[in-house]
Design a protein around this ligand. Structure first.
Ligand code: ZN
Length: 571
């Protein structure tokens, strides 16, 4: 009997050991952490737009995110200047602009005395000849203001999640970011990753000497293929039968931009590949996102992302939705068709990632850098007051002219306005022996009386924390970085904005604190995520902190906010 009992005991020990080793082997085969984090940003994707156009969507794109992901249906930025570089950097760093320092697409640098395009850096030039911004055709008004072709993330003051992933893995993680817009890629790649963006001049994906001494072989080869040529002498046509669109009647609204050669109605012709504006036309249409996808999928394959147990990071920012929103408005037929095309682009992306890495091994997070308003004409068609403002005329406004007289100023006092900041002539104020803060305060008070202005706040008052605690002032303070913010922050009333840029007139323009500009989707999908729709208010700053908590890195240096609990519960 004793002998038998001993035998049983040995057997159970053996069983225990073997089951333990089975568990260990299983854990090695199925790691806890995702092999790939895929962070998607859709430029100007207002939170309501995917649902608005869902009826005509196919399978595997937005529907995959809606039906399998955690969809935060009430996500809002809390800073006042809802512009591209500001939102992208907040997504990357989990920080507010007051902390990450990217307060606007363009600012006047008082140290260098130069106007600065957010990510410009004259130490790191573009690697390709002739790929710089062509100022004669560039429609991106902020990019056109850069004085050098150099680009780097040096102006981003705090660390990004991608930086933390690099540090955490001792450089083992592969970090990449791709976008049509340079600032859509450089921000998400952070200080330690590699960024590629689209040159409208050469139609290649390019980078700067900050990232590489020369192009990786696969990039040179992709560019040599001239993938853009497949759009030459073709046109952007509707994906579906026109009668099935919600906005079928909105193809020819008078407020849409009528771009020479591209037009404002379907079909939009791309023209010859050698055409002066061919690169622009690609980015004004779904072709821009399709080329971005093509390049990103080649990157995924050639750089072997997600193939081992060290989590890799790929960020893709799709820019077309923003161009279409500005040129035609978010309630144009172009906008609806573009979202349907983007849905197909996302479906292709998810299918390719599934094949290469497995969606169960990939954590997808999708959001946007900002939302956007409707075109004023569209508001007015439904009886809502809306309009444009012209800060370039403010120096001559009777109230400002009176004030200048009072100060004994005959010259121009308002030097410039780069949204959302107005720049006064500081040198002149000093020469006249005036107090900078007092002049700001007086000008701000007069600006408040101008039609379309909701709030004008003196930066000196912000620096001294002398503002009443209101919601708008809080959003202005979250945007305030003493070294980079202008002298007076100006916010326009809802449905009012600037539409003149370098002689061009756009249909609609974002950049305010209002709900249509702050509203973006946040969706987590893939990995172990289970479907849920969440209506409590969340902020995109929570994305970077959530990713950090999932991987176990420390939070990015300027980040705040807690990880999103619903996501953490599934991990
Ligand atoms: Zn944007």
């Amino acid at each position: 009997m004793l002998h038998q009992a001993a035998k049983v005991s040995i057997l159970s020990t053996l069983l225990l050991c073997s089951s333990m080793s089975l568990t260990a082997a299983g854990a090695a085969a199925q790691p806890e952490k995702p092999k790939l984090i895929l962070q998607i940003t859709v430029d100007q994707l207002r939170g309501d737009l995917p649902g608005r156009f869902k009826k005509n969507m196919g399978e595997g794109g937005f529907r995959y995110l809606m039906e399998k992901g955690i969809w935060y249906a009430n996500a809002h930025y809390a800073h006042s200047n809802t512009e591209t570089v500001v939102g992208h950097t907040t997504l990357a760093t989990g920080a507010i602009p007051a902390v990450h320092g990217m307060v606007s697409n363009v600012w006047f640098d008082r140290d260098t005395g130069k106007l600065t395009y957010n990510i410009e850096d004259d130490r790191y030039h573009i690697l390709s000849a002739g790929a710089d911004v062509d100022k004669s055709t560039e429609v991106d008004s902020s990019q056109a203001l850069a004085s050098t072709d150099g680009r780097s993330p040096a102006n981003i003051i705090s660390s990004t999640f991608s930086d933390e992933l690099t540090l955490h893995t001792n450089g083992g993680a592969k970090i990449f970011a791709v976008s049509v817009k340079d600032r859509g890629a450089v921000t998400l790649a952070g200080h330690t990753g590699k960024a590629f963006w689209f040159s409208k001049a050469t139609k290649d994906f390019i980078t700067s000497s900050y990232y590489y001494d020369k192009y990786p072989k696969w990039v040179a080869e992709w560019n040599k293929e001239k993938n853009f040529e497949r759009y030459a002498n073709t046109s952007w046509e509707l994906l579906k039968d026109k009668s099935t669109y919600l906005l079928a009647a909105n193809d020819d609204a008078p407020w849409e931009m009528d771009i020479a050669g591209f037009g404002r109605t379907f079909p939009h012709e791309y023209g010859a590949a050698k055409g002066k504006n061919f690169g622009n036309f690609l980015t004004f249409s779904p072709a821009g996102d399709e080329l971005t996808l093509d390049f990103a999928l080649t990157l995924l394959d050639k750089e072997n992302l997600g193939q081992d147990n060290i989590t890799d990071f790929l960020a893709i920012s799709f820019s077309t939705t923003d161009y279409v929103g500005h040129l035609f408005g978010p309630s144009s037929l172009e906008a609806e068709d573009n979202i349907l095309r983007l849905d197909r682009t996302l479906a292709k992306l998810f299918a390719a990632v599934d094949k290469k890495v497995g969606l169960e091994n990939t954590l997808i997070v999708l959001s946007a850098d900002h939302g956007g308003p409707e075109a004023p004409g569209y508001y007015k068609a439904f009886g809502i007051e809306s309009g444009y403002v012209s800060p370039d005329k403010w120096d001559k406004e009777p109230a400002i002219a009176r004030l200048k007289k009072q100060f004994g100023i005959g010259q121009k006092l308002i030097r410039d306005f780069y949204p959302p900041y107005l720049y006064l002539d500081r040198k002149l104020i000093k020469e006249k022996g005036l107090d900078q803060g007092e002049v700001e305060k007086a000008v701000a008070k007069e600006l408040m009386a101008i039609k379309g202005v909701a709030l004008a706040v003196s930066s000196t008052a912000m620096a001294k924390n002398k503002l009443p605690d209101t919601q708008l002032n809080r959003s202005a303070l979250r945007n305030f970085c003493a070294k980079r913010s202008g002298d007076i922050l100006v916010l326009f009333q809802p449905h009012h904005f600037i539409n003149h840029f370098n002689g061009e007139v756009v249909a609609a323009n974002h950049g305010g604190p209002w709900r249509y500009d702050s509203f973006v989707p946040i969706v987590f999908a893939g990995a172990k995520i289970e479907q849920e729709t969440i209506y409590r208010e969340v902020n995109p700053v929570n994305i970077a902190t959530t990713l950090a908590a999932i991987i176990g890195t420390k939070p990015p240096s300027g980040s705040h906010g807690a990880p999103l609990q619903e996501v953490m519960d599934d991990m």
